[in-house]
Design a protein around this ligand. Structure first.
Ligand code: RRO
Length: 355
C-alpha cells in the first residue's frame, strides 16, 4: 500500500509523504506495510487494537502456539536489564484449539493479517500444529525453532542445522502452498548463516532474525538469580546490533530470501537500519511494553525516514547498506602539484528509480 501521510509537525507542516511501503514476503504474500508485532510481545494482538490500527500495519505475529495449553514457567519470569529485558515465560499459551476458535477468529473478524508462530518439542508436534492450521486464515507461518528438542537431550532445534531443517521441512510439507513459512532463528550460534541455509534448503520461504539471546541477572539483595527459571531470553535495544549483524550476514549469503528483522527496534530509524541491512520487514517487540502504540508509530516514522532520504519505495531500500561506498572525485580540483584527493562517501541516497 502506498502510504500518504499528512505531516502536521511545525517543521514539516503540510508535507505529503508518498512512499510505497509494500513488501514481498514470498508465495504471493505482499504486505501493505513492513512493520509487524513480534511474537511473544503482543499475545494475539487484541490488547493493542486500542492503540494501533492493526489493519494498517503488516500484521500480528502471535505468541508461539503449541498443541496443548501451557501455564509456562514459575514467576518471576520477566526482569528489566540495562537497555533490555529478560524473559522466561516458558511458552505460556492456550493451545492450538483455543487459539483457533478465539484469537485467530478475532484477528480474522478484525481483518488483521495473522502470522502464526508455532512451537513444539518434536518434529511430530510441529507437523501436527501445521496441519491444524490448514484451512484457517493464516497469512504466514513462523516456525519458532528456539525450543528444546525432547528427542535429542533437550538440545535447542535452532542450534543444529539438521534439526532445524527437519522441522522446517515437515512444516513446509504440511502447510498450503499459498502460505509462506518463515523459520525464526536463534542468535546463540556460531554461524547463523549455516542454520539459515539449512532452513532455506529445507523449504523455508523466509527467515525471522533474531529470537532473544540467553542471559542471566542476579539480585544483589537475595543473592539469587532474578528469574525463577534462572536464565531468560534477552531482548530490547541491548541486542539490536547483534540482530542487525545477523540480518546483514544472512542477507549477504542469501540475498533472495526475505528476512523479517527483529531485535530492539524502538523507532523508525531503528527499523530503517534493519531494512538497509537486508530485511524486507521488521517486527516490533519489547518496546510495546513501554509504548503500546509503537507498531503504528514506527511504521509512520519509517515511512517519513524513507521519504526524507528520497526513497519512494521501501523495497528499494532493502539491503542497500551492502553496496560498496562510492568513490567521489571532488568537483573543485586540488591545487596543481598535489595528488588528487579521492573522498569516500556514502552512496547517493536518492533517485532509486535508476537503480
Ligand atoms: O516463551 C518463552 O519463554 C520464549 C520463547 Br517461546 C521464545 O521463543 N523466546 C523467548 O525469549 N521466550
Amino acid at each position: 500500500m502506498t502510504e500518504f501521510i499528512l505531516v502536521e509537525s511545525s517543521a514539516e507542516s503540510n508535507l505529503v509523504v508518498d512512499v510505497d511501503m509494500t513488501t514481498d514476503l514470498g508465495r504471493g504474500l505482499v504486505a501493505g506495510d513492513p512493520v509487524f508485532t513480534a511474537s511473544g510481545c503482543a499475545a494475539a494482538g487484541r490488547e493493542l487494537a486500542a492503540f494501533n490500527d492493526l489493519t494498517a500495519i503488516g500484521g500480528v505475529v502471535t505468541k508461539s502456539i503449541q498443541l496443548a495449553p501451557r501455564s509456562g514457567r514459575p514467576t518471576p519470569r520477566m526482569a528489566e536489564t540495562p537497555s533490555g529485558m529478560l524473559n522466561s515465560i516458558g511458552l505460556q499459551g492456550p493451545g492450538v484449539d483455543s487459539f483457533l476458535s478465539n484469537d485467530l477468529r478475532w484477528l480474522t473478524e478484525h481483518e488483521v493479517r495473522a502470522a502464526v508462530s508455532i512451537a513444539g518439542s518434536s518434529v511430530d508436534e510441529y507437523t501436527r500444529l501445521a496441519q491444524r492450521l490448514r484451512g484457517h486464515p493464516v497469512a504466514l507461518v513462523e516456525v519458532n525453532i528456539s525450543c528444546p528438542n525432547v528427542e535429542d537431550r533437550g538440545q535447542v532445534f535452532a542450534c543444529d542445522p539438521n534439526a532445524s531443517a527437519a522441522v522446517v521441512e515437515a512444516v513446509r510439507r504440511a502447510t498450503p502452498a499459498t502460505v509462506p513459512v518463515f523459520a525464526k532463528l536463534s542468535p546463540d550460534v556460531t554461524d547463523p548463516v549455516a542454520i539459515a541455509r539449512a532452513g532455506v534448503d529445507a523449504g523455508a520461504d523466509g527467515l525471522t532474525l533474531i529470537n532473544t539471546t540467553l542471559g542471566l541477572a542476579i539480585d544483589h539483595e537475595t543473592l539469587r538469580p532474578v528469574l525463577a527459571g534462572v536464565t531468560g531470553g534477552l531482548s530490547g535495544p541491548a541486542i539490536r546490533p547483534m540482530a542487525v549483524r545477523c540480518v546483514w550476514q544472512v542477507h549477504s549469503a542469501l540475498p533472495e530470501v526475505p528476512i523479517m528483522g527483529v531485535g530492539g527496534i524502538r523507532t523508525g530509524l531503528d527499523a530503517l537500519e534493519f531494512i538497509l541491512a537486508g530485511a524486507s520487514a521488521v517486527q516490533v517487540g519489547t518496546v510495546i511494553f513501554n509504548d503500546p502504540s509503537a507498531p503504528s508509530r514506527i511504521s509512520r516514522e519509517l515511512c517519513l525516514a524513507l521519504a526524507a532520504r528520497g526513497i519512494h519505495r521501501l523495497r528499494d531500500a532493502i539491503g542497500i547498506a551492502h553496496r560498496p561506498p562510492q568513490l567521489v572525485v571532488p568537483e573543485e580540483p586540488d591545487p596543481p602539484g598535489d595528488d588528487p584527493v579521492v573522498e569516500e562517501r556514502a552512496p547517493r541516497p536518492i533517485a532509486f528509480e535508476d537503480v
